[in-house]
Design a protein around this ligand. Sequence first.
Ligand code: ZN
Length: 184
Amino acid sequence: MALSHFPEIHQVLLESTHEVLGKGQSGFLQPEEKTFLTELERLLTEQFGTLTGRGMAIRMGRSGFQTGLRRWGETLGFYSLDFRLMPFPRRVRFGLDQIARFLEERTSLQINIHEEPEHWIVEIRQMPSCTRSTSPVLCSLLMGMFQEFMQWQGSGRFFPVRETQCVAQGSPCCRFEISRKPLE
Ligand SMILES: [Zn+2]
């Protein structure tokens, strides 16, 4: 599955992989966009097993968010005074909307965000032209990205993120619930 039509996003993914796995391991991966996620999934599962492999993909998503923040944070308005002065819930919503638009413009993902009393909800679909099923490794990368975004916004506090529906399990979309309350 090709996630990105935008080489810079693919580059961030590659860098995150190198950072978490070390070049010795990740050097086995083909750097081409088309097969990258499938190969990453296979490598992680073979080397570390499903559970640890997912944990590593989450770390890659976290690292990818930090890299993306350094590269595009300014463009996305994340360093503006207006943004920093917003109340926390508005700032989170604005940030999630900005990330969603950014990814929609550059990948095959369609992202919908809405709010519930206890959670921010992020629903992610592939564009109809990309009918092949999503890869669980992508879900873990996205989960890590949301975790890191929330920790950054919440001054280091940890906000639980759960994936409650997944395309890989037959659901129409991948649905992430981001808790409005940090862990004590
Ligand atoms: Zn999923």
